[in-house]
Design a protein around this ligand. Structure first.
Ligand code: F6P
Length: 336
């Protein structure tokens, strides 16, 4: 009997449980035994491994996070890899099913070099994996950004303020741009594109001088701002980017008494019940991963091309960051 061990690697995201449930149900249909690994590779090495059944995964579809737990630990040095291989042997595991983002990719590639088989299902709110149009969790993060902008609109409009909203997803820019597009952001600053300071000032000023004396500005976390911003506002360069933008705008737009407030969406983007699209892609990709193990097609990642599931052989390019598509960036600008 074939045996799959499923584990989460790296940061959590909504939809992991939908994938764990789908893999378990599919494995049971195909007569494959499925093991759940607690807390990623850290738990794997300490033997936190249990058989899962349909019962184990009952009632988890709608839950955020992961019932298995996760860890940022990666088996990349020789000693850890040998230990992973030993555990694979000890538990007679045919293949690991890795759910994760860029850390998951790194682990899968490293283990491949030592002959430890895996299939990988992309799961990260950042949506920045080179081999898939979508990764599990992205659509829920976008939903949260959209909801936040809808809420922040009220105060922005009532007080005629610039609301600076900090999002995750560096450096790909997906959450900021797609969330901003869906929620009607008036300007979006990401690592995926150099900031044009004059254009930013012009946009905020022209909105203030028109009937709309408020703006919603998205700033991706840890974005590298041009030094000029700090110089012009006479600020310490250690000020976090989102706040630096607020200070800068206030100082440069003194004549219109521009007021700003800052909201960091932080981990509110990474939790909560997965939206339908995340559940659907999780179900599609996780069931395909199990079919691939059944057919001995390992060392492959599962991906999405539009709404179609794809299988992509592991390669070094999987590690590359996929930045948000040009046409989406341009579309967002149409509404500035
Ligand atoms: O991987 C998802 C992500 O949300 C990134 O966008 C973000 O930079 C990172 O996680 C932050 O995670 P943590 O603070 O848990 O290290």
């Amino acid at each position: 009997m074939k045996r799959i061990a499923v584990l989460c690697v790296g940061n959590d995201c909504p939809g992991l449980n939908a994938a764990i449930r789908a893999a378990t149900v599919k494995a049971s249909e195909l007569n494959i035994e499925i093991l759940g690994v607690k807390d990623g590779f850290e738990g794997f090495l300490s033997g936190k491994i249990e058989v899962m059944t349909r019962n184990t995964v009952s009632g988890i579809l709608h839950k955020g996070g992961t019932i298995l737990g996760t860890s940022l630990f990666l088996p990349v040095n020789e000693e850890d890899i040998v230990q992973v291989a030993e555990k694979v042997e000890q538990y007679s595991i045919t293949c690991l099913l890795i759910l994760g983002g860029r850390l998951g990719v790194r682990a899968a590639l490293k283990l491949m070099q030592s002959g430890v088989p895996s299939v990988l299902v992309p799961a990260t709110i950042d949506n920045d994996l080179s081999f898939s149009d979508f990764s599990i969790g992205f659509f829920t993060a976008v939903e949260h950004v959209k909801d936040a902008l809808d809420i922040l609109h009220a105060t922005a409009e009532s007080h005629h303020r610039v609301m600076i909203v900090e999002t995750m997803g560096k450096p790909g820019g997906w959450i900021a741009v797609v969330g901003g597009l869906a929620g009607g952001a008036d300007y979006i600053i990401t690592s995926a594109e150099p900031l044009d300071i004059q254009e930013l000032l012009k946009k905020i000023r022209s909105r203030y001088e028109s009937q709309k004396r408020f703006s919603l500005v998205i700033v991706e976390n840890d974005v590298n701002l041009p030094g000029e911003i700090y110089q012009l506002a006479n600020m310490d360069s250690h000020i976090p980017p989102a706040e630096a933008i607020g200070e800068f705008l206030e100082k440069q737009l003194k004549d219109i008494n521009m007021e700003w407030r800052y909201t960091n969406l932080g981990y509110l983007q990474r939790g909560g019940s997965p939206v339908s699209m995340d559940r659907l892609i999780a179900i599609q990709m996780a069931t395909r991963a199990v079919e691939m193990v059944k057919a001995a097609r390992v060392y492959h990642a599962v991906g999405m091309k539009g709404l179609t599931v794809t299988e992509v052989p592991y390669s070094d390019t999987m590690i590359n960051v996929r930045t948000v598509e040009e046409h989406l960036k341009n579309l967002a600008k149409l509404f500035y």
